[in-house]
Design a protein around this ligand. Structure first.
Ligand code: TXA
Ligand code: MG
Length: 349
């Protein structure tokens, strides 16, 4: 199939540029679009066949539910069976924005969209293109991240083109996203709101609004008998083809350890890479160094992470060492993604 690329021109009226994309969605087709977190692969959430097509295009397991996107809170009522008090407060505080809430669903959203679950994930993004697309089409947009299943989520249109060109009807190129990590997912169907996936909105942010909140204990545990409540957190994700190892410890010790490992690997002729902060990038010798951002700018690190993970594959890196990034607000979210990418291979010094 020919995939139409729609490049947004910010100097022109948005609605006109989204007419074709809106029509494709109304007819059950698939359109990738930018949000403030990552690019999404959108289809009509009420249309079983559109949902099935999303799974097929991504190669995604059909038990991994999709997030339903809306342009205004008033759209929630029609697709859920109840709106708990905590959800109202969280929506008031963080929507539009990088937060997804899990509600009990009603019959409007088919099981094909929710991966067979009786709950539905809902997000109100802040990105103007995403919102205009929903308002223009009137469609509740089911959208997972617009990557091939298992690869890092797309933060640029070029990543979407790499993964999905020829498999979907259209890709809207709205430039680079702001945040670069997927939304914080919060389950509000239980007594105490539970974070199922960490993101830009932290546990502390959530507690400030609702008092009590907790992480799903399975997400930071290597204990395989604990099953994460968000099905997508159970799968291998983000991993580059090369062997990625995270090295954690004091700055000097980390540099020394990685440099020694590079020397050792040199003998084998492997292509070796290091993912480092701007501050330490100059300390590594005899490897290709990828600078991910400043240790003082966690937003920069979050925004670049997936792009750098994709570059390792593009450039055929076989052995990759990464520093650990303990940042104040998004540290949990960044390390959650990085550790997944590394298959939890960590050297602690
Ligand atoms: O930032 C985001 O959330 C992006 C943009 C496009 O909005 N979307 C995104 O979707 O990350 P996806 O499909 O890549 O991840 C959705 C996650 C998966 O881990 C899935 O298992 C979980 O949300 N999820 C969806 N519905 C759920 C439900 N009813 N209960 C528990 N987890 C759910
Ligand atoms: Mg995803």
């Amino acid at each position: 199939m020919d995939t139409k690329i729609i490049k947004i021109d910010e100097t022109k009226e948005l609605d006109l540029q989204l007419m074709d994309a809106a029509e494709i969605l109304q007819k059950g087709g698939l359109v990738a679009f930018p949000t403030e977190t990552v690019y999404g692969l959108g289809g009509d959430a009420k249309n079983k066949d559109a949902s099935k097509a999303i799974y097929a295009a991504k190669g995604r397991p059909s038990d991994n539910p999709l997030i339903v996107h809306i342009p205004d809170v008033s759209w929630v009522d029609a697709i859920v069976s109840e709106i708990p008090e905590a959800a109202k407060k969280l929506a008031e505080a963080f929507w539009p924005g990088p937060m997804t809430l899990i509600f009990k669903k009603n019959d409007v959203i088919p099981y094909e969209t929710t991966g067979g679950l009786d709950t539905v994930a809902v997000r109100l993004p802040s990105h103007p293109v995403a919102r205009a697309l929903m308002e223009k089409s009137g469609v509740y947009i089911a959208a997972p991240s617009a990557n091939t299943s298992g690869r890092p989520s797309p933060t640029k249109a070029k990543h979407v083109i790499e993964d999905l060109s020829g498999k979907i009807d259209a890709i809207i190129d709205g430039g680079e996203v702001n945040i670069g990590l997927e939304s914080t997912i919060i389950d509000v169907t239980e007594e105490i709101p539970m974070i199922l996936r960490p993101g830009y909105i932290s546990l502390e942010d959530v507690k400030d609004v609702v008092g009590k909140a907790a992480y799903d204990p399975a997400i930071f545990s290597e204990n395989k008998s604990l099953r994460p409540k968000a099905p997508g957190m159970r799968y291998r994700h983000y991993a580059p083809k090369g062997n990625l190892i995270v090295v954690d410890g004091e700055k000097e010790a980390v540099c020394e350890y990685i440099n020694a490992q590079i020397l050792e690997a040199g003998v084998t002729g492997k292509k070796v890479a290091v993912m480092a902060s701007r501050e330490t990038a100059g300390s590594y010798k005899n490897a290709k160094v990828y600078t991910i951002g400043s240790v003082n700018d966690e937003e920069e690190i979050a925004r670049n992470l997936y792009d750098v993970l994709r570059q390792f594959d593009e450039e055929g890196m076989e052995l990759i060492f990464s520093e650990a990034f303990e940042t104040p607000h998004m540290g949990q979210a960044i390390m959650n993604r990085l550790l997944k990418a590394a298959g939890h291979q960590v050297v602690s010094l």
